[in-house]
Ligand binder design. Structure first.
Ligand code: F6R
Length: 362
């Protein structure tokens, strides 16, 4: 059942500290220096990989964009991310040296499975990142890493997104170490941040009332813009997707710097802007974009961990200091925001119109 919550989505939002602990459990050593994900792909193969291609849809695609930033920065391997329905394999002369990673919560998404088959036929090796034991993707990919989030009933993906990002971060550190692309210091910084994530997420859940109040205040707006840089950009996309799915309001995510190249024309006092300003998202640069939208009268919600940014925004969701994973914690705050906007509007949150939990048609 819903465990006393009004919706599965809210229950699943609250399950995130536990889901994250499960994702991490037994995979990071005590000193936060190494990762064990039980990967079967041979190390020599992983060392020889020249390119990674990630295929996924929807929320899983956003997790893929997040993962790509980490893989490029730490494992030093060129990584591209593809909406699965648009994927065409191009692995150059040696497809073997391209690793294709399919990210899919259900393991049954037709577009993702079809892209995976394209990659397999072309001769690439494949790895699945999924939540679902025994799913089709686990049978078809060469290797599987489970995100261990537990069953998700609400159509809107929440705990599976944060678990995907946490697990992908562990994989990035693992791959970086196999390829000698990372110092122990950086690995430890990332792994400690992943380990701190469940506690940090709990701290955000403890601020639920403030987020709820803000959501009620903004609920009559019809359009919302989310902006972020670096890993703040996939979080902006994901947070906007969540709001549009369950509230039916228009919501878009943009790279913060792109606003002035077009979307700024839409910004008025009627369009709240939500800005990712945590660590790892180049907050100082994004503050310039916050000033641009404020001067057009837009109300701004800042997702921030540094009190210095507070003066520049109308409302702040305070993210506890937890280093590299702060943007993920920001996403949790924005899941709650989306939930309470939709709740205020009386939407059928667990079963939004036109959507299904698992999309098994192309
Ligand atoms: C969004 C959502 C969808 C799924 C997408 C992929 O809340 O749930 O966008 O993320 O259909 O599903 P999986 O991850 O099962 O392949």
């Amino acid at each position: 059942g819903k465990g006393g919550y009004d919706h599965y989505m809210l229950k699943e939002i609250h399950e995130q500290p536990r889901a994250l602990r499960q994702a991490i459990s037994g995979r990071v050593d005590e000193l936060a220096t190494s990762v064990d994900l039980d990967i079967d792909l041979p190390e020599e193969y992983l060392q020889s990989v020249e390119e990674i291609q990630i295929i996924a849809c929807g929320t899983s695609y956003h997790a893929g964009l997040y993962a790509a930033e980490l893989l490029e920065a730490h494992a030093e391997v060129r990584t591209s991310v593809h909406v699965a329905s648009e994927y065409e394999f191009n692995g150059g002369r040696d497809p073997w040296r391209t690793l294709v990673i399919a990210i899919t919560q259900s393991g049954e998404t037709a577009d993702t499975l079809s892209a995976l088959r394209t990659a397999t036929r072309a001769g690439a090796r494949t790895l699945a990142l999924t939540n679902t034991l025994g799913s089709t993707v686990t049978r078809e990919a060469d290797d599987t890493v489970f995100i261990r989030a537990g069953p998700e009933i609400g159509v809107a993906a929440t705990k599976t997104f944060v678990s995907q990002v946490a697990t992908a971060t562990l994989f990035s550190v693992y791959l970086a170490q196999v390829r000698n692309g990372i110092s122990t210091k950086t690995a430890t910084r990332l792994l400690e941040s992943v380990r701190d994530l469940p506690g940090a997420v709990q701290q955000i859940l403890d601020q639920e009332d403030i987020i709820k109040e803000t959501a009620r205040e903004y609920a009559d707006s019809d359009a919302f813009f989310y902006i972020g840089r670096a890993v703040g950009y996939p979080v902006a996309l994901e947070s906007a997707l969540k709001l549009k799915e369950i509230s039916y309001d228009h919501a878009e995510g943009f790279p913060a710097g792109e606003l002035k190249h077009g979307p700024l024309a839409l910004v008025t006092s009627e369009t709240p802007v939500i800005a990712l300003l945590t660590d790892e998202t180049r907050p100082k640069k994004t503050l310039n974009n916050v000033k641009e939208v404020k001067s057009r009268g837009a109300p701004v919600i800042g997702i921030a961990s540094d009190p210095e940014t507070t003066g520049h925004v109308d409302t702040t969701f305070d993210i506890p200091d937890c280093g590299a994973m702060e943007p993920v914690v920001g996403n949790v705050a924005l899941q709650l925001f989306a939930y309470y906007v939709a709740d205020e509007k009386g939407r059928p949150i667990d079963k939004p119109r036109n959507l299904a939990k698992s999309v098994t048609v192309e």
